[in-house]
Design a protein. Structure first.
Length: 258
């Protein structure tokens, strides 16, 4: 890690700092870029179960098939878990410290039960709200966006209530970022899918129900990239909102892991 990286990581950290989407995205990208191999491994492992389930079960000719629905559920739950596992590493880098990947995994593993429980509960509740009325479901997804780092850093807190309190007042900003990331992921997946289809056509085999797993795998490639970035973004949002609302700096957040 270069000295310049350390300065860039810490330049907006500390009490009295206003929450800034631009600053959060910039700092998230800096951390993500420096630690991409580790983050990608965690993200891939989080998305493999969903992909395997989707590949093994019938799709029913629709994105709403059984396999696709189960994949979405697993991806959501394990996405929260992945964010929890990288939380300590991201916080240490925001503090200007060397990467603490092993310590981060250890801290996440020590809270794995609460992390999985929170992930399942949050996914179930937000999914239920989505089924009943889409708008409340979207609101819940935004309000509960920070549950994973909260489970790791504040194990005594009620994650969903705590997340909603921190995000209060900045919901529209965070919603806008999530929409942009979601649309970008869809575009990337469509691009990869089109490229995969073109390659398959050049090689002379069709993409029927028997071998469509190839196209599904190609289309899924951007997923870990976006998930790994979102894992970092959740932690940076959490750190900046704690700084703005409570005057907590990143040193205080990481003190319990020293």
């Amino acid at each position: 890690m270069q000295p310049a990286d350390l300065v860039a990581s810490e330049m907006v950290v500390g009490p009295g700092v206003r929450f800034s989407v631009g600053g959060a995205l910039s700092r998230s990208f800096a951390v993500w870029k420096r630690n991409l191999p580790f983050l990608l491994v965690v993200a891939v492992l989080a998305q493999v179960p969903g992909f395997l389930v989707s590949a093994a079960l019938p799709q029913g000719g629709s994105i709403f098939g059984v396999g696709a629905r189960l994949q979405a559920i697993l991806d959501t739950i394990l996405g929260y878990v992945a964010a929890g596992l990288v939380t300590v590493s991201v916080l240490h880098q925001l503090r200007g410290r060397p990467r603490e990947n092993r310590r981060s995994l250890s801290a996440g593993a020590s809270q794995l039960g609460p992390l999985i429980g929170t992930a399942i509960g949050t996914s179930f509740l937000s999914g239920l709200l989505m089924l009943l009325l889409i708008v409340p479901g979207v609101v819940a997804l935004v309000r509960w966006y920070l549950v994973a780092p909260i489970v790791i850093v504040e194990p005594e807190a009620q994650p969903r209530r705590r997340s909603a309190a921190l995000i209060s007042g900045h919901g529209w900003e965070i919603f806008g970022v999530l929409v942009i990331l979601f649309v970008a992921m869809l575009i990337a997946a469509a691009g990869f899918g089109a490229a995969g289809g073109a390659v398959a056509a050049m090689l002379g085999f069709g993409l029927d129900a028997d071998n469509s797993v190839f196209l599904d795998a190609i289309t899924a490639l951007p997923g870990p990239l976006f998930l790994s970035f979102q894992c970092v973004l959740q932690v940076v949002f959490y750190e900046q909102l704690r700084a703005e609302k409570e005057g907590a700096d990143v040193g205080q957040l990481t003190a319990i892991f020293e």
